[in-house]
Design a protein around this ligand. Structure first.
Ligand code: XIL
Length: 473
């Protein structure tokens, strides 16, 4: 066996040029927010889920809390990469936007708008009128006309400010009880049944371009509550009260996704309104068992699938990103694990389940791979030869980790290789990256080489090249 000085020198050059470990691309997007959409996913290797959703004409949204993005780079990077729609988790609610009567504060809401604009995301407005997070001054009103004025002024103030910039508004949130009766909120008690339609009419006048939605929880299957909402929407449509959409919060307990979820969404869509999953999370009792996490994944996937199979379902919004900041432990002590990302930004099986339900492609490996291979004989002597191989990344996303396989002519054996990790199984040769040539950026290439002993077979024709299990162009 001969070992050529030139090859050793070449391998050494590659080593010298290898990027330092801290510059690995999966960490780069945290510092370069504007590149986030093209950067690899955090905790998974799917394309941005917003891209998958867009292919189906849908949006993937999340509940956004700007103060978290300002202190947690991973949260921010996921927020920018994965989602095409933003819902303010709290900043657009009545107490946040009009803490004192007639005095509007839009700092937080404006922050949501500019984040969404900077990241090419739509904004789902949440929520104009709701009995919770309604400021004490409004709750204390007892005169009917005064309450109507306060409600209408509030709607005009908030919907008016963002006129033309909001995709859809939750005009009214959570106005029904589980048995289908109206919730006895201050709004209901002081104004009587007509307050909901009045809120919708005022919202239409304030922002004629926004879609106007009614939003509620525990309406995910066919039950007394969802049927009461259904009847209200049907009545509104019949009487020309402006309503365009219904939001289904879908705050679920693991194992309790109603079997009638899709049928329920479909019956609303059939009334001529859009439907949306607006606040999806699925809580698990802690510590989460493997079995619970599997059911969790199945149900996440099922909810997405149900929406994807209904043309009038505009998409799915999840209520947060990481369990670390979920609202669940506050309302359900001892429960959480509700979101696809764990506290430490690893992902649960639910993430893959959502991605697959959307038809998301994998980056860098399987479907996302576009590569080129050149193999040349560098030296050839009586008992052996050297092959020089170049793998080029001709795609738009980095190849992060690679294994090339090829078939050696019969009887031949690998002798020595450089700049790769080599194994031979029968005539099949596998070469995987080393730590210094792991990533092949778009437009770049890596090289490696090896000596083969001929063992009486003088052919130098290697066959059947694949990279990460796929043939290159
Ligand atoms: C929750 C937020 O996540 C919490 O931060 C806040 O303390 C309470 O409200 N239904 C809704 C959302 O419509 O606005 C609620 O959000 C969750 C239930």
């Amino acid at each position: 066996m001969r070992k050529r000085t030139a090859l050793v020198a070449f391998a050494a050059t590659l080593t010298l040029l290898a990027p330092p470990a801290q510059a690995l691309p999966q960490e780069a997007p945290l510092a370069q927010a504007s590149l986030a959409a093209a950067a690899p996913g955090i905790g998974h290797d799917y394309e941005p889920l917003r891209d998958a959703a867009a292919r189906s004409g849908k949006t993937f949204g999340f509940a956004y809390a700007p103060h978290i993005a300002n202190s947690d780079a991973k949260y921010k990077a996921i927020a920018q990469r994965e989602f095409s729609m933003v819902t303010a988790e709290n900043n657009m609610k009545w107490d946040a936007t009009e803490p004192r009567r007639g005095q509007f504060t839009f700092n937080g809401a404006d922050e949501i708008m500019s984040f969404a604009a900077a990241n090419n995301q739509k904004v789902y407005g949440h929520a104009l009128v709701w009995h919770a997070q309604m400021p004490a001054w409004a709750k204390s009103i007892t005169n009917r006309d005064d309450m109507r004025k306060a409600m209408n002024d509030h709607i005009k103030g908030v919907a008016g400010r963002y006129k033309g910039k909001i995709e859809a508004w939750d005009v009214v949130n959570e106005a029904f009880e589980w048995d289908g009766s109206r919730r006895p909120s201050e709004l209901q008690k002081v104004m009587g049944n007509s307050w909901i339609e009045e809120a919708f009419r005022t919202a239409r006048a304030a922002d004629p371009n926004a879609k106007l939605c009614y939003n509620d929880y525990s309406t995910d299957g066919i039950n007394s509550k969802s049927t009461a909402v259904y009847n209200m929407v049907k009545d509104f449509k019949a009487r020309g009260v402006p309503i365009d959409c219904v939001g289904f919060q879908t705050h679920l307990i693991v194992g309790q996704l109603p079997a009638s979820n899709k049928q329920n969404l479909q019956r609303f869509a059939d009334l001529g309104v859009d439907v949306r999953i607006t606040e999806l999370d699925i809580r698990i009792q802690l510590p989460a068992s493997q079995q619970a996490l599997q059911t969790h994944a199945t149900e996440y996937g099922q909810v997405v699938k149900n929406c994807w199979e209904i043309s009038r379902c505009t998409g799915v919004t999840i209520w947060g990103i990481s369990d670390k900041y979920s609202w669940i432990p506050q309302v359900s002590p001892g429960w959480n694990a509700a979101l696809p990302w764990n506290d430490n930004y690893s992902t649960k099986p639910a993430l893959a389940s959502v991605a697959n339900a959307m038809g998301a492609k994998k980056n860098g490996s399987s479907t996302g791979l576009v590569c080129g291979i050149s193999a040349k004989v560098g030296a050839n002597w009586s008992t052996g030869y050297t092959t020089d191989i170049v793998i080029a990344n001709k795609g738009a996303t980095p190849i992060d980790g690679w294994t090339l396989q090829t078939t050696l002519p019969d009887g031949q054996k690998l002798a020595t290789g450089w700049s790769g990790q080599f194994t031979q199984n029968g005539q099949r040769l596998s070469v995987s990256n080393t730590s210094f040539n792991k990533t092949i950026k778009p437009g770049e290439s890596v090289s490696f080489n090896f000596n083969t002993t001929k063992n009486g077979n003088s052919s130098t024709a290697l066959r059947n090249f694949t990279v990460n299990g796929q043939q290159c162009a």
